[in-house]
Design a protein around this ligand. Structure first.
Ligand code: IMP
Length: 436
């Protein structure tokens, strides 16, 4: 009957997997709508720490079917490896439980090679991509030349398509970048095998979503990355190549806005970013280091240390506006324990003045990253707390300063916080609604 959309409200790595995992209990379909294996969702359950890149975080619930939607780009090597890992710990990844939209696009080894080559060639101006081929595969999708998952129905024909694309990419690798080429035959043979394995999982993804909604059931839409990495509304060009926002759920899965009942924005209690690009509240000092270590802020996909900084409420207001956030899921509040004073950015200023209130109120992404270089955050200071909060399960039991921190976020973003993560384990959370 309704679709719940979960999106990241910062630069990714907010802990969406954890929130999706909590909501999945109530859903009959959990559907990933954007990105590829550039994303990394860590789910901790029953003694296992799972690092999922493509399989939706809801896979641990047998009650929900999982769908990799049309808006996703799929590296079949990664997908089959994750399926093997899950099967090894007894999770059902059969075609009845895990489905792949026929309209999803396929990542080829040469997409990854081109991603790396382009980054290398950019030198100082590299975007800091995950080198998973994301930019090149979405470019091929937009150019209408890329193989789709549905082509795997006929493995031999699919293999030919793969070989053709690899040959085209090879020309660019050689002529543009002077690099080694990849064997089209080898790629074709491997992808033919992937096709045989994945073909039984193929479905008409939008039909599955539509039928689930029509039957009065709940579809949980799982976003990857975060608001400011959105291709249209993020800090372009320091963005990923997909639609990360709640709008991306509608296009990436193929259903209408009337079905959306809730949009949940996942917010980390501080800010992190991997890769290059503007980050106004970044901490390049000991406090930043302390947060990185306490929060284990190293990339799930690449292992890179994440840049860390204070919570930026200007970004969150922007995320709330663009996504239509109904509520916030606040993660990793425990990481801030022990910091004497906390800062949150409440506005931006230039030359000591808030030049345009509308711009200072929201993140000014449309003006481009150069404009941002002149802006500085205006901070509000809040008291910290020393107590260990990992055992707290009710908001009223949090130290007064932590309650104040949460309340200030709600006030300045104008959205209620309905979930607070106080530790990495599934049960280490404060839930203000019954369903997370
Ligand atoms: P790409 O998506 O690999 O092309 O990378 C583009 C930018 O998005 C880089 O700054 C990456 O670090 C960032 N990025 C991509 N996926 C994630 C993610 O899941 N979490 C955080 N950052 C990401």
């Amino acid at each position: 009957m309704s679709a719940i959309i979960v999106v990241g409200a910062q630069w990714g790595d907010e802990g969406k997997g954890r929130v999706v995992d909590g909501l999945a209990r109530e859903a009959q379909l959990v559907a990933r709508f954007n990105g590829g294996d550039n994303a990394g969702h860590t789910v901790v359950a029953e003694g296992h720490t799972l690092k999922l890149h493509l399989v939706p975080s809801g896979i641990l619930y047998q009650t929900a079917t999982c769908l990799i939607g049309a808006g996703v780009v799929v590296n079949p090597e990664q997908l089959t490896a994750e399926m093997d890992e899950l099967a090894a710990i007894g999770v059902d990844v059969g075609p009845a439980h895990l489905k792949l939209s026929a309209a999803a696009h396929i990542i080829l080894p040469t997409h990854r090679a081109l991603d790396g080559a382009r980054e290398e060639a950019r030198g100082q101006t590299a975007l800091g991509t995950t080198k998973r081929g994301i930019g090149p595969v979405y470019a091929d999708k937009a150019a209408r030349v890329n193989p789709r998952a549905g082509d795997m129905i006929n493995p031999e024909q699919f293999a030919e398509q793969v070989a053709d694309r690899v040959r085209a990419h090879n020309r660019r690798l050689k002529e543009q970048y002077g690099l080694e080429t990849l064997s089209p035959q080898q790629a074709a043979a491997r992808y033919c095998e992937y096709a045989r394995r994945l073909a039984p999982h193929l479905v008409d993804g939008s039909a599955l979503v539509g039928e689930t909604l029509a039957a009065g059931r709940t579809v949980l839409c799982e976003g990857a990355q975060g608001m400011l990495l959105d291709l249209d509304h993020g800090t372009y060009p320091y963005v990923t190549s997909s639609s990360v926002t709640s709008g991306g759920a509608l296009t990436g899965l193929g259903f209408g806005p009337q079905h959306v009942s809730r949009v949940v924005g996942v917010v980390k209690a501080y800010t992190t970013r991997v890769g290059t690009g503007p980050f106004l509240t970044e901490l390049l000092d000991e406090t930043g280091e302390q947060i990185r270590e306490a929060g284990n802020e190293y990339g799930t996909t690449t292992g890179r240390p994440r840049r860390c900084g204070w919570l930026d409420l200007v970004i969150l207001r922007y995320a709330a506006r663009i996504n239509g956030l109904d509520e916030l899921a606040l993660t990793k509040l425990d990481v801030l324990s022990g910091l004497e004073r906390l800062k949150v950015a409440v506005a931006y200023e230039r030359d000591g003045e808030r030049v345009q209130p509308s711009v200072a109120k929201y993140f000014p992404a449309e003006f481009g990253v150069e404009a941002l270089a002149e802006w500085k955050p205006v901070y509000e200071e809040l008291p910290g707390w020393a107590e260990d909060i990992t055992g707290v399960r009710a908001r009223a039991d949090l130290p007064a300063a932590a309650q104040e921190y949460v309340a200030r976020i709600e006030e300045l973003v104008d959205a209620p916080v309905t979930f607070i993560g106080v530790g990495p384990e599934r049960e280490q959370a404060i839930r203000m609604t019954n369903d997370q």
